[in-house]
Design a protein around this ligand. Structure first.
Ligand SMILES: [Zn+2]
Ligand SMILES: [Zn+2]
Length: 424
């Protein structure tokens, strides 16, 4: 769309069509043309065709979830758990069988077979993640050093009926927040990203915490742990089997060696593709389940922070791309968080109309069968259609100042890094 384009009205309901940037116009009232997703021209044709198909079905799935609440089937989740159970049983059997054959072997062949089973067990081992590895580049916050933040989390936990997270982590670089379960002890980890916190008003931070702790209250993280082997193993196997890109000529091979090399490359390539296809299929089922879980967590976001704050949180999320350049290393040392918050608040006020349009446009642009979240626009529609709720947790001004003071040092770390990049 160019600046000279004529403003048209909706052929269905006569409402003036919304226009934002290059996007095809749509009707804000009846959603006419909102499903018209066009992939970028520069992409290859097959990728364009696939993303168009994915967007069309993702759009329908999101709409069904928002209007009927039927985003995921229980059968799909049971299927994922069954696949996971098999995937955990296979390496266990391979490990026991391998050790048995090596220790109580009758022939030398038994030892060979046992030795072959052990790498199979290792390749297929369940991956529970490690807290220490997750902490790289992030900071663990203790109640002693950040009492106000922990108190706020405690208030939100009480309001949502969730147990407190076991570990609170702050990520100076992340524009997101998440809850994840890691390690053999299954510890619940709440991670908050500094730029995201800088973008939100305090009541929206409460709604955000309500959403994240809502995942704990709804046992989503435990559930995702049950389905995790099914969702990651085939992808891992596919990448292990992916053949080298160099062909026999590049490798300088001849005759039989070259033939064998190419044959192995063909077999590995085919297996890798089949496993990747399986990986995609399983993740479509899993993502449907994830999106339904996000919607249930949004209900608790509204319960903790109130419907108004939960809705404006979604608007802030839709506006995030506008705030990226405002979180910069150019701000003065010692007051980065304060400066960013002031600049972003100003930007939000100036762009209210655009943010509403961005939120609506997300219904088109972000719809995907692989998306872990329903689009921001659909999440907004879902909450807005529910009976409004008052905030269960209200934060005093003094408490807000304390919370921000505890986050500020991590904003300074980000500022210092950005300033370094800026100078380079
Ligand atoms: Zn219309
Ligand atoms: Zn969530």
């Amino acid at each position: 769309m160019t600046a000279t384009s004529i403003v048209e009205s909706c052929p269905n309901c006569g409402t003036t069509l919304a226009v934002l940037g290059e996007a095809a116009p749509w009707c804000t009232a009846c959603e006419w043309n909102l499903d018209a997703y066009t992939p970028p021209q520069k992409w290859p044709w097959y990728w364009r065709a696939m993303t168009r198909l994915d967007h069309r079905h993702g759009f329908r799935a999101d709409l069904r979830l928002t209007t009927e609440g039927t985003g995921s089937s229980r059968a799909g989740f049971v299927f994922l758990c069954a696949v996971s159970a098999i995937l955990v049983a296979v390496p266990l059997a391979a490990l026991i069988g391998g050790l048995y054959l090596i220790i109580w072997h009758r022939h030398n062949l038994d030892i060979l077979l046992g030795a072959l089973l052990l790498p199979v067990a290792y390749a297929l081992r369940p991956r529970l993640g490690r807290v220490r590895r997750y902490l790289r580049g992030r900071y663990r916050l203790d109640p002693e050093t950040t009492p106000a933040l922990h108190e706020l989390i405690g208030q939100v936990a009480a309001a949502t009926g969730a147990p407190r997270p076991d570990i609170l982590i702050i990520d100076p670089y992340s524009w997101t927040a998440s809850v994840t379960v890691l390690g053999i002890r299954g510890r619940r980890i709440l991670t908050l990203g500094v730029p995201l916190l800088a973008s939100l008003r305090i009541e929206e931070i409460v709604a955000l915490l309500g959403h994240e702790l809502g995942h704990i209250a709804n046992k989503d993280s435990r559930r995702s742990l049950l389905a995790r082997p099914a969702r990651v193993t085939f992808g891992h196997l596919s990448s292990i089997l992916r053949p080298p890109t160099a062909n026999w000529l590049d490798q300088g091979m001849h005759g039989f060696e070259a033939l064998l090399y190419e044959l192995l490359r063909l077999i590995n390539g085919t297996l890798s593709w089949l496993l990747f296809g399986l990986h995609l299929g399983i993740n479509v089922v899993g993502s449907g389940h994830d999106r339904a879980a996000e919607q249930r967590a949004d209900v608790l976001a509204a319960q903790a922070g109130g419907t108004a704050a939960a809705l404006s949180l979604l608007d802030a999320l839709a506006g995030l791309p506008l705030y990226h350049s405002l979180v910069s290393g150019a701000s003065e040392a010692g007051v980065a968080l304060h400066e960013w918050r002031t600049d972003i608040a100003g930007c939000r006020d100036r762009h209210t109309d655009q943010i509403v349009l961005r939120r609506q446009l997300s219904i088109r642009e972000d719809a995907s069968l692989f998306a872990s979240h329903p689009t921001t626009g659909r999440r907004h529609q879902f909450l807005a259609a529910r009976p409004p709720q008052d905030a269960a947790v209200t934060v005093t001004e003094a408490q807000t100042r304390s919370v921000l003071r505890e986050i500020a040092p991590y904003a300074e770390r980000l500022r210092a890094d950005l300033a370094e990049e800026y100078e380079m």
